[in-house]
Design a protein around this ligand. Structure first.
Ligand SMILES: *Cc1c(COP(=O)(O)O)cnc(C)c1O
Length: 401
């Protein structure tokens, strides 16, 4: 059994659930049980010499909360242990994490290849923001490996995917895409939000960097925004460490504390949500008004085999189609327990109509190309009693006649 220098078991030797409860905890001189919120911007030095050494890096320790803060460190360490990554950096939101992970790697003249099916804001980063600074981007159909191969150029620096994708729940082959990226001397960044670290480990399939919106399942109770970037010590130091320190998308210590405490229950929550989602997907598939159900662990999902190979569970999001936009609105307005909103991973079940909300900015033709029809609904399954959820869905479907 691996032991730390203090003779205690090293956190890396503990199982995932234990890491989520104890990983990364730093205790002050008071020995507090619950992790403390260090609500401080700065840190006092014992002497002028200490201050000098902290700034040269000769002596470890905190300087300023834009660089780091003990509560933020606890969140980063717990996230790194959960993912099995060498290093992690927290950010103020998931988008701050994506922006730093991508923009931190590139300079004018470089090239990015990304899958078309991305969270709207992620698409803005690669498709609009990066090109403004002389970084070209090629968007490919993520499931078509031939397109990935053809898109690679000598100056391709990085590739970016999300799997399962939002909202179509397409499953991309992380191993195959990582191999293509690496063969071309590029890195692969995976946005692992929909799967969570509990259901999918992109590093095992060759990813160089994993990014999260902790706003979703990590918080899991719809309170704070946060993000996290994970990778090898070298990847983080070479690409994002200085970028984050100098540009300042720092996570607030309070929000970091919410996330640290939320990680303790994340396993329980996500596993229960997934169990509920499996039942909801099957329930919806039996309903006459439902034209199609998409759930990665259902046999009728187009990439079922890949999902089974790459994921430990199908996730907590279920996507389904009703006849048209009018039907989705009528159905959504009739729901009594399930809320109409656009977060996911929340304890509360949430219904989203992607075509008119999260993906509204994309013109209709682009949306249809991505497989987002006017009749598509995304359901983030929460922690309610699954029978109550089924009853709510059934009574709202009844309104459709
Ligand atoms: C929500 C989300 C993001 C952005 O996260 P924020 O915390 O809202 O900034 C990025 N990627 C995916 C897949 C998401 O669902």
């Amino acid at each position: 059994m691996a032991k730390s220098p203090t003779g205690k078991r090293a956190p890396e030797s503990l199982r995932q659930a234990t890491r989520l409860v104890h990983g990364g905890t730093l205790r002050s001189e008071f020995g507090e049980m619950s992790e403390a919120i260090f609500l401080t911007q700065g840190f006092a030095y014992d002497s002028m010499e200490t201050a000098e050494k902290r700034f040269t890096g000769e002596e470890p320790g905190y300087q300023y909360a834009r660089f780091s803060n003990p509560t933020v460190t606890m969140f980063e360490k717990r996230m790194a242990l959960l993912e099995g990554a060498e290093a992690a950096r927290a950010t103020a939101s998931g988008m701050a994490a994506v922006t730093a992970a991508v923009m931190g790697q590139v300079k004018a003249g470089d090239h990015i290849v990304a899958a078309k099916a991305l969270f709207g804001s992620c698409r803005f980063i690669v498709e609009e923001l990066a090109p403004r600074f002389g970084v070209e981007c090629t968007l490919v159909d993520g499931g078509d490996l031939e397109q990935w191969r053809k898109a690679m150029r000598p100056n391709t620096k990085t590739t970016f995917i999300e799997t399962p994708t939002n909202p179509q729940l397409d499953i991309l082959d992380i191993r195959a895409i990582a191999d293509i990226a690496h063969a071309g001397g590029a890195t692969l960044v995976v946005d692992n939000v929909f799967a969570t670290a509990l259901l999918q480990s992109p590093f095992e399939y060759g990813a160089d960097c994993v990014v999260y919106s902790a706003t979703k399942h990590v918080d899991g109770q719809g309170r704070c925004l946060a993000g996290c970037i994970l990778g090898s010590e070298k990847f983080i130091m070479d690409n994002v460490h200085n970028y984050l320190r100098q540009t300042g998308p720092a996570l607030s210590p309070f929000n970091a504390w919410v996330m640290v405490k939320s990680l303790e229950t994340m396993g329980l929550r996500v596993h229960q949500q997934v169990a509920n989602a499996v039942q909801i997907a099957d329930f919806l598939a039996e309903q006459k008004a439902v034209k199609r159900v998409l759930y990665p662990f259902r046999k009728d999902h187009p990439q079922y085999e890949l999902a089974k190979r790459q994921m430990k569970g199908g996730g907590q999001v279920v996507v389904f189609d009703l006849a048209d936009k009018a039907a989705t609105f009528k159905f959504g307005n009739a729901l009594e327990i399930i809320k109409i909103s656009n977060n996911l991973g929340d304890a509360k079940s949430i219904l989203t109509h992607p075509a008119t909300t999260t993906h509204q900015r994309i013109p209709m033709a682009g949306r249809l190309e991505m497989g987002i029809g006017e009749g598509m609904l995304r359901l983030s399954v929460g922690l309610e009693d699954v029978e109550d959820l089924k009853e709510d869905l059934a009574q709202a479907l009844k309104v459709l006649g």
